[in-house]
Write a protein that binds this ligand. Structure first.
Ligand code: NAD
Ligand code: IPM
Ligand code: MN
Length: 344
C-alpha cells in the first residue's frame, strides 16, 4: 500500500486537489494500484491551522510518504504578513532536498488554436524545463533595510553538477539535446554553472550541449521554441522561463511538474499558483493537477499504464471540446474532471 500525502493548500488548491484525487481513485480501480492518502495542512491553510505554513506534522508526514501531491499555495490575505504561505513551499523543497524540478512543455493538438503563436512556430514543440529548485537566490541570505536590500545568489559546483547530470539523463531518453541557460556574461554563479555544464557534457558524449544566455533564451522560447529538448537552468531563471513557456500551450492550467531528490519521496504539483482571482468558483482547470498525478504514477510508482491512461483521457477530453474558461470553454472543474474519468 503506497502512502501519498496530499497538500491542497489555498485558493483553487482544494478544488483541483479534489479533481486529481478523483481521477487517481478511478484509474487505481482500473489498474489495481493500491494506495492511501493522508491530507495535511500547508501554506495559508497551515498558518491558519498551526501558525506555520509547513506545520511539523505535515513535514513529518511528507518525509515518511512514498510521494507527495501538492496543489497550490498563496493568498492575498498574507501579502503583508510576517509569515507567508510561500515560505512553506520553499521550506518543504529544502527539507526534502527536492533539487530537480521537471516541468514538461507540450502542445495539445486540441489546444493549438489557443496558442498566441502562429501554428508554424509551435509545430514540433516538446521540451522539458529542468529547474534547480533548492539553491540560488531563493535560498541565499535576504536582507531588507529601510534604504537598502540584498539577496545573495549562491551555488556550489556540487549543486550545479547534480542538476546538470539530471538534465543529461533526461535528454538521453529524449532527443539528446541539452540547452543550459545562464547569465555568464555578468554573474559569477553563471560562470561556474557553464564550466560545470561543460565538464558534465564530457561524461555524455551521446548528448549535445548548447549554452544560451537567459535574455536571448527568453526570446528564443517564443520565436523558435521547437529548438529546445531539455532546458536546464538555475532556480530563478527556471521559475520565470517555465511560466513563459506556458504561453506556448496557451494556459498555465495544463502544466504539471515533478520535483525529485536524490533518494527521498518526490513531490508533484502544477507549476501555477493558487489563482486567487478565480478561487472558490469551481471553474479552475484541473488538468495541471491531473497530469501531476500521472507524473507521480509514472515516476514514483512505475505505474506506466495508469499514467498513460490518464494522459490519453486528458487528450481525448480536450479533443471533445470539453474546456474550462482559461481554455476558451465553459466547462467547470467538476464537469471536466467527470469527462476525464469517463474517458479513462
Ligand atoms: P497564478 O499562477 O496563481 O495565476 C496566474 C493566472 O493564471 C491567473 O489569472 C489565474 O487565474 C490563472 N490560472 C492559474 N492556474 C489556473 C488554473 N488551474 N485554471 C485556470 N486558470 C489558472 O499566479 P499569481 O496570481 O501570480 O499568484 C497567486 C498566488 O499563488 C501567489 O500567492 C503566489 O505566490 C502563489 N503561487 C504559488 C505557486 C505554488 O503553489 N506552487 C506557484 C505560483 C504562484
Ligand atoms: C513556483 C512558484 C514559487 C517559486 C513561489 C510561489 C515561491 O512561483 O513554484 O513556480 O517561485 O518557486
Ligand atoms: Mn513560478
Amino acid at each position: 500500500m503506497k502512502k501519498i500525502v496530499t497538500l491542497a493548500g489555498d485558493g483553487i488548491g482544494p478544488e483541483i486537489m479534489a479533481a486529481g484525487l478523483e481521477v487517481l481513485e478511478a484509474v487505481a480501480a482500473k489498474t489495481g494500484f493500491a494506495y492511501e492518502t493522508q491530507a495535511k495542512a500547508f501554506g495559508g491553510a497551515g498558518i491558519d491551522a498551526a501558525g506555520h505554513p509547513l506545520p511539523e506534522d505535515t513535514l513529518a508526514a511528507a518525509k515518511s510518504a512514498d510521494a507527495i501531491l501538492l496543489a497550490a499555495i498563496g493568498s492575498p490575505q498574507y501579502d503583508q504578513a510576517a509569515v507567508r504561505p510561500e515560505q512553506g513551499l520553499l521550506a518543504i523543497r529544502k527539507e526534502l532536498n527536492l533539487f530537480a524540478n521537471i516541468r514538461p512543455v507540450k502542445i495539445f493538438d486540441a489546444l493549438r488554436h489557443l496558442s498566441p503563436l502562429k501554428p508554424e512556430r509551435i509545430a514540433g514543440v516538446d521540451f522539458v524545463v529542468v529547474r534547480e529548485l533548492t539553491g540560488g537566490i531563493y535560498f541565499g541570505e535576504h536582507t531588507l533595510n529601510a534604504d537598502s536590500a540584498r539577496d545573495v545568489n549562491d551555488y556550489s559546483a556540487a549543486e550545479i553538477r547534480r542538476i546538470i547530470q539530471q538534465a543529461f539523463e533526461i535528454a538521453r531518453g529524449r532527443s539528446k539535446k541539452v540547452t543550459s541557460i545562464d547569465k555568464q556574461n555578468v554573474l559569477a554563479t553563471s560562470k561556474l554553472w557553464r564550466q560545470v555544464a561543460d565538464e558534465v557534457a564530457n561524461e555524455y558524449p551521446d548528448v549535445s550541449l548548447e549554452h544560451q544566455l537567459v535574455d536571448s533564451a527568453a526570446m528564443l522560447m517564443i520565436t523558435d521554441p521547437a529548438r529546445f529538448d531539455v532546458v536546464v537552468t538555475e532556480n530563478l531563471f527556471g521559475d520565470i522561463l517555465s511560466d513563459e513557456s506556458s504561453v506556448l500551450p496557451g494556459t498555465l492550467g495544463v502544466m504539471p511538474s515533478a520535483s525529485h531528490s536524490e533518494n527521498g519521496p518526490s513531490l508533484y504539483e502544477p507549476i501555477h499558483g493558487s489563482a486567487p482571482d478565480i478561487a472558490g468558483q469551481g471553474i479552475a482547470n484541473p488538468i495541471s493537477m491531473i497530469l501531476s498525478v500521472a507524473m507521480m504514477l509514472r515516476d514514483s510508482f512505475k505505474e506506466t499504464e495508469a499514467a498513460a491512461l490518464i494522459e490519453a483521457a486528458v487528450d481525448k477530453t480536450l479533443s471533445q471540446g470539453i474546456l474550462t474558461r482559461d481554455l476558451g470553454g465553459s466547462a467547470d472543474t467538476a464537469q471536466m474532471t467527470a469527462a476525464v474519468i469517463a474517458n479513462l
